[in-house]
Design a protein around this ligand. Structure first.
Ligand code: NAP
Length: 248
C-alpha cells in the first residue's frame, strides 16, 4: 500500500539533495510531486529522474510573486494540495565579524522570509487535514563554528513552524520541523570551504557525529515521509535527523 497514494506534494528545493530524495520517495509512495528550484536545467533533470508525473516550476523563494505563481499553477492543475515541504535553503559559513549586509539579507530572504511567505501563500490551498514540513537545521539549536547568521534563519523558521502548528489547528493541518545534521548534498560545496579543505572539513564533521559519518539524503527523505504520512498524531515537533549530533 502506497502511503501517499493520490496525494499532491510541493517540495521547494526539490531539484537537489534532500528535497530531490524526498520528491523521489514521495513519488514512489504514490504522490504527484511538484518540485521547485531556480536552475531550470536542474529542475528539468530532476523531473525526468523522479518521473511518475512529477512537475517542475522554476523560481526564487525569496520572491513573493513566485509563491503566488506557484499557488496559481498548482490550484489550476490540482485544485488543492496535501503536503507542502518548505525546504529550499542557502548557507555560507562566516564569522560574524566578516558578514556583509548583503550576505545577511540573502540568508534571511531565502531561509526565513521565503519560508514564511511560502507558507502564507500556499496554506490556503492545502486541504484540511494536510501537513507542512519545514526544513530547519541542527544549527538552529546547536552552536556550530561560523554558522551564526544561518543558525538565526533556521531558528526563526522553526519558531514560525511551532506557531503555525497552533494557528492551523482549526484546519487540522499538522506542521513539523525536519532538522538535518550534516548530509552529503551539493550544499557542502556551497559553504565557502575550499575544494582542497573539503575532505578534512567533512571528516571533522563526521567525528562530531555519534554515527561516525555524514547523513545521506535518502535518510532525510524517510523522516520526511514519516512526517507527511504515518505520523498522523505528530504535530509541532522538531525531528532531528543527524546521527545523534544534537546530543554529542
Ligand atoms: P542542496 O542540494 O544545495 O539543495 C538546496 C536547494 O535549495 C536546491 O534545490 C536549490 O535550488 C534551492 N534553493 C536555494 N536557494 C533558492 C532560492 N533562492 N529559491 C529557490 N530555491 C532555492 O542542499 P540540501 O542539503 O539538500 O539542502 C536542503 C535544505 O536542508 C536546506 O534548507 C538546508 O539549509 C537544509 N540543511 C542541509 C544540511 C546538509 O548538511 N545538507 C544540514 C542542515 C540543514 P537552485 O539552486 O536551483 O535554486
Amino acid at each position: 500500500m502506497q502511503s501517499l497514494k493520490d496525494k499532491v506534494a510541493i517540495i521547494t528545493g526539490g531539484n537537489s539533495g534532500i528535497g530531490k530524495a524526498t520528491a523521489r520517495l514521495f513519488a514512489e509512495e504514490g504522490a504527484t510531486v511538484v518540485i521547485t528550484g531556480r536552475r531550470q536545467d536542474v529542475v528539468d533533470g530532476a523531473v525526468r529522474e523522479i518521473g511518475r508525473g512529477a512537475i517542475g516550476i522554476c523560481g526564487d523563494v525569496a520572491s513573493i510573486d513566485f509563491h503566488h505563481r506557484l499557488a496559481a499553477e498548482v490550484r489550476e492543475r490540482f485544485g488543492a494540495i496535501d503536503v507542502y515541504m518548505a525546504n529550499a535553503g542557502v548557507i555560507n559559513l562566516a564569522a560574524s565579524e566578516t558578514v556583509s549586509e548583503a550576505e545577511y539579507d540573502q540568508h534571511f530572504a531565502v531561509n526565513a522570509r521565503g519560508v514564511f511567505f511560502g507558507v502564507q501563500t500556499i496554506a490556503p490551498h492545502i486541504r484540511d487535514g494536510g501537513n507542512i514540513i519545514v526544513t530547519s537545521s541542527l544549527a538552529g539549536t546547536k552552536v556550530l563554528p561560523n554558522h551564526t547568521v544561518y543558525a538565526g534563519t533556521k531558528a526563526a523558521l522553526a519558531a514560525f513552524a511551532r506557531n503555525w502548528a497552533i494557528e492551523f489547528k482549526p484546519r487540522r493541518i499538522r506542521v513539523n520541523i525536519l532538522s538535518p545534521g550534516p548530509v552529503e548534498t551539493e550544499i557542502l560545496g556551497k559553504l565557502g570551504v575550499s575544494e582542497s579543505n573539503r575532505p578534512q572539513f567533512e571528516q571533522q564533521m563526521a567525528d562530531l557525529i555519534p554515527a561516525g559519518r555524514l547523513g545521506r539524503p535518502e535518510e532525510l527523505a524517510q523522516a520526511a515521509l514519516f512526517l507527511a504520512s504515518a505520523g498522523t498524531f505528530v504535530n509541532g515537533i522538531e525531528l532531528h535527523v543527524d546521527g545523534g549530533m544534537c546530543v554529542a
